[in-house]
Each structure stands twice: as structure tokens, then as C-alpha cells.
Design a protein around this ligand. Structure first.
Ligand SMILES: [Zn+2]
Length: 98
């Protein structure tokens, strides 16, 4: 019956991508480190089904590391964008040069 699962079913989470509030059991867990199976000491973010479907599930080689290195969430947006642009240039542009 509904009553027995009430506490779990009524938990709501906010979709990280679109900000919509959805029931926890209808949301998909999103691990920004890209490894949902290693659960130790982690707090997961959530995506609604639509955003999860839209999401690219290819590996994001080092993107989170790169964002962290550039000070995401710690420095101002202008500073972050400047660092990000510079870092990506330093790191990836040279790959295309012969
Ligand atoms: Zn969403």
C-alpha cells in the first residue's frame, strides 16, 4: 500500500540541470565524478528523467577535474572563464598543431 512507503516516496529532489522538483524515486542519480557505483561518502545530485535522457553518457575525460582546477564555484565567473579558456588552450590546442 501507499502508506508503508510514504516517507521514501514523498522525498523530493531538485534536478541539477533544469531546477525542476521531482520525486526522489522518479529522479536519476547523477554523480559528477562519473562513477555512480562508488558510493562511499558521496552525496549525489539528481536529474529528472527528461534531463537524464538528454544527457550525453559518453565519458567526459577529465572535464570535472578541469573545472575544479579552474576554480569553478570559487572564483568569479569572469575569472573562471578566463582561467578555463587559457587552460583549454594550453592543454588542447597544441594537440592539433604539427
Ligand atoms: Zn531536469
Amino acid at each position: 500500500m501507499w502508506g508503508s512507503r510514504k516517507s521514501r516516496a514523498s522525498t523530493v529532489v531538485t534536478c541539477t540541470a533544469c531546477g525542476k522538483t521531482v520525486l526522489r524515486n522518479e529522479a536519476r542519480e547523477y554523480d559528477k565524478y562519473g562513477n555512480r557505483w562508488d558510493r562511499d561518502g558521496k552525496q549525489f545530485e539528481h536529474l529528472c528523467k527528461k534531463c537524464d535522457t538528454d544527457l550525453c553518457h559518453q565519458p567526459r575525460g577529465g572535464l570535472e577535474t578541469l573545472l575544479t582546477e579552474c576554480g569553478a564555484g570559487e572564483v568569479s565567473q569572469d575569472e573562471f572563464l578566463a582561467r578555463y579558456t587559457q587552460t583549454v588552450r594550453d592543454r588542447y590546442d597544441s594537440l592539433g598543431e604539427r
